[in-house]
Design a protein around this ligand. Sequence first.
Ligand code: BGC
Length: 449
Amino acid sequence: MNEADSNMLQFPQGFLWGTATSAHQVEGNNTNNQWWEWEQLPGKVWNGDRSALACDWWRSAEQDFARMQQMHFNTHRLSIEWSRVEPQPGQFDPAAIDRYREMLSDLHTRGMRPMVTLHHFTNPLWLERAGGWEQPEVLTRFQGYVRYAVSALHDLCDLWLTVNEPLVYLAQGWFRGIWPPEKPLAPAALRVYRHLLLAHGIGYQTIHSLQPEANVGAALAIRHFQPSNPQRRLDRLAAGIKRYVGEDVWLRSVADGRIRLPLGVNDYHHALAHSMDFIGVNYYTSDLVRFTPDPRPLFGREHYAPDAEFSDSGWRGIYSQFAPEGLYEVVRELECYDVPIYITENGLPDSDDDQRPRWLLAHLSQLHRAIRAGSDVRSYYHWTFTDNFEWSEGWGLRFGLIDLDPATQVRTVRPSGHMMAEIAAANGISRDLVSRYAPELLAPLFGQS
Ligand code: BGC
């Protein structure tokens, strides 16, 4: 993008700036869900890490909310933990809901509009033991939980996400089998996906029946699959299959209410039709897809561009490649659904913060480019505020704007945290800021002068 005559990439008035978290990753002592149980087993989480006290939010989230306020954020995305709200089937815990009321009220007091996710990967143990998302009973269970939670919190929240990254939850648990319930290539995967989709529709209707003015969506992991060789028809086909299964099946079903193959044969569900007030986009990276005759990876093997830059987090594998243009492409492509787009996650693991400022600026400038081209984008939630418990990578991947030592709970703001604070305060990216944090982006963003 070249804006030679401007010294500022200004975002629309009222744009939401903040960070995203999920309950299990930050609250600490979430002992009543399947993740806690799984973490205690040897060899499951990298380095034997555990969530333990996490970021100690159950006791003192407000201290981090105060830091967010100092950083000029005007929103925060968090999730509420089903296993706390409904510790036994049908038995709700008013003290847990009161704690969430305290947190949401505190955010409001500090000028931050909350966005709340109702399901972010964790399930109460009682649900898990009864077959979890594989069993159709999950739908009525989820509805009961949503009804209770939203009845109690609707005066404090008008931005709801029913589920977070349904496909990641499904792929890690039932396809790759590396998260609980660890079932690689399980035929139940399709059932789980269908239940997540139906639960979204039921959740959407339940929220709207209690709070007609609510904005309800789901946060989807969108990877922007591209053919490895665009000239090769089979690569194009394989990338198309990934997009279809990974993104279109969900989005088209929540648009017109018809559940499509492979989850159903165009079966219509009234609750699903028009069940997205917005699309939540979690964007981390793009993938190239090369055709393979193997049906298990859906006829496509994913890989990164040979000359790509990668996150240098020192992880046991590659977490992501630097692909900021993918964010522009994704946002433009989603315009066809004609609803607002909220960027609900974007970030990278980078403990020494030597890449994050530049990556973040590059992604934000692509977002700005999409907005300038006409996309209705309402928010940017960076993943994440402080380092937190990164699922099967434990404390090994550090996504925070703020460095956190989980043993001492000492927090240290990274340079990218200071940078995000300036961006939120200005509601834009100034030439001066780019010259201080990533001078190599000055010419691409503002021209030569
Ligand atoms: C998830 C987060 C996770 C983040 C970084 C997303 O897939 O929603 O829970 O921590 O990515 O891996």
